[in-house]
Ligand binder design. Structure first.
Ligand code: IMP
Ligand code: MG
Length: 189
């Protein structure tokens, strides 16, 4: 595997995820939480986060896919990677969220199309409370007016991989979050 520049080390991530877990626990006021992770990118973040939470927690997963071009790290294709805003649900939650305390868990908040779509979908269940936790936020890329309640790290407009985040399904198992340089991903597939 190519040497990639580390943006956020595993130690730094672990420390911040623990803080987020404490914050979420405090806000829950001893009530149980259902964490809803967005496949596949948030799987690793969710599994670390739920182990730092001190209230009863269960979890669910949703799957989404975006029509059109997927993000690629190459500068030439940059204009084409902006999602079209057409988000489609590929996997729904297995239980009703009505009256529950829900925390949606996403790997990265970029244009905001995915989060806008999922907020609308999950709030339609009429949960008792609804909050959003994202590990990474790229505010400079936002196209929809949406924000998260818990943000691990604000990062610059770089394409990052590792700790669940992929480029063409690769690099999800890197323990650190790394910057993928232009062209490093090979052929966009
Ligand atoms: P949004 O709808 O544009 O906010 O898209 C968020 C989704 O785009 C994330 O869940 C990721 O799947 C993907 N994404 C955005 N930026 C990156 C990145 O830097 N690395 C890997 N995936 C990314
Ligand atoms: Mg994702």
């Amino acid at each position: 595997m190519t040497e990639l520049k580390v943006l956020l080390s595993r130690e730094k991530i672990a420390e911040r995820v623990a803080e987020m877990g404490r914050q979420i626990s405090a806000d829950a006021k001893a009530e149980p939480i259902i964490f809803v992770g967005v496949l596949k990118g948030a799987a690793i973040f969710l599994s670390d986060l739920v182990r730092q939470v001190e209230v009863d927690a269960t979890f669910e997963f949703v799957g989404v896919s975006t029509y059109g071009n997927r993000p690629t790290p190459t500068q030439e294709l940059r204009h084409a990677w902006d999602s079209t805003g057409e988000v489609r649900l590929t996997k729904d939650v297995d239980q009703s969220l009505r009256g529950k305390n829900v925390v949606l868990v996403e790997d990265i908040l970029d244009t905001g199309f995915t989060l806008t779509f999922l907020k609308r979908l999950l709030q339609g269940h009429q949960p008792k409370s609804f909050r959003v936790a994202v590990l990474l936020d790229k505010p400079s890329r936002r196209k929809m007016p949406v924000a998260a309640d818990y943000v691990g790290f604000e990062i610059p407009d770089e394409f990052v991989v590792g700790y669940g985040l992929d480029y063409a399904e690769r690099y999800r198992n890197l323990p650190d979050i790394c910057v993928l340089p232009n062209g490093a991903g090979g052929n966009a597939s």
